[in-house]
Design a binder for this molecule. Structure first.
Ligand SMILES: NC(=O)c1ccc[n+]([C@@H]2O[C@H](COP(=O)([O-])OP(=O)(O)OC[C@H]3O[C@@H](n4cnc5c(N)ncnc54)[C@H](OP(=O)(O)O)[C@@H]3O)[C@@H](O)[C@H]2O)c1
Length: 164
């Protein structure tokens, strides 16, 4: 399975329930990579999307422990195991774990590829992704040329889990 995230220099991903920054080319790449695929997200991330609505043209799996929680157009799972069972017949390359921090943490052991938009800036943040640069089990195998959005510099990176 894949992780897909935008991180800053400290691998921060959010603050106050929101993204740190919205870069149009990043949103575009996210749309292209996940179109027609299955995305897995936490209830808080779903609620941070426009109108709290699921993403079009994707199977949206949302995790919540609240038995009363349901949103049209989503498949709500009450545990990691339930979500894994839900995707068991989907090719794992077509499953994208799209956050937030709690969901990244719980699904990282099941992921072998990470699509990271790396923003060369330090934001004030309260939510972080595990730093794959510091994890010997992971290595970066692709990085785009440096891109800019106003005064921000960023790259698109791919990390893969090292073979044991
Ligand atoms: N930079 C990026 O790429 C990126 C991407 C996505 C999100 N974000 C940011 O990340 C932040 C949100 O992250 P977060 O960690 O606060 O929230 P989250 O991971 O989106 O959602 C957490 C919620 O998911 C549910 N959940 C988690 N584990 C579960 C389990 N094992 N079984 C059942 N339900 C489970 C719970 O919902 P209930 O409380 O309903 O039980 C929990 O409160 C926001 O700032 C957002 O903007 C950043």
């Amino acid at each position: 399975m894949n992780i897909i995230a935008a991180v800053d220099r400290n691998w921060a991903i959010g603050k106050g329930g929101r993204l740190l920054v919205s870069i149009p080319a990043d949103k575009q790449l996210f749309r292209e990579e996940t179109a027609g695929k299955t995305v897995i997200m936490g209830r808080k991330t779903l609620q941070s999307l426009p109108g709290g609505q699921p993403l079009h043209k994707r199977t949206n799996i949302v995790l919540s422990r609240n038995p009363g929680f349901s949103v049209k157009g989503t498949v709500v799972c009450r545990s990691v195991e339930e979500a894994l069972a839900q995707v068991k017949d989907v090719p794992s390359r077509d499953v994208f774990v799209m956050g937030g921090a709690e969901i990244y943490r719980e699904f990282l052991p099941y992921c072998d590829t990470a699509h990271i938009t790396y923003i060369d800036y330090v934001y004030h943040a309260d939510t972080f992704l595990h730093n794959l640069d510091r994890d010997p089990e992971w290595q970066m195998d692709l990085e785009s040329d440096e891109l800019t959005y106003f005064n921000l510099c960023y790259t698109f990176r791919r990390y893969v889990r090292r073979q044991k």
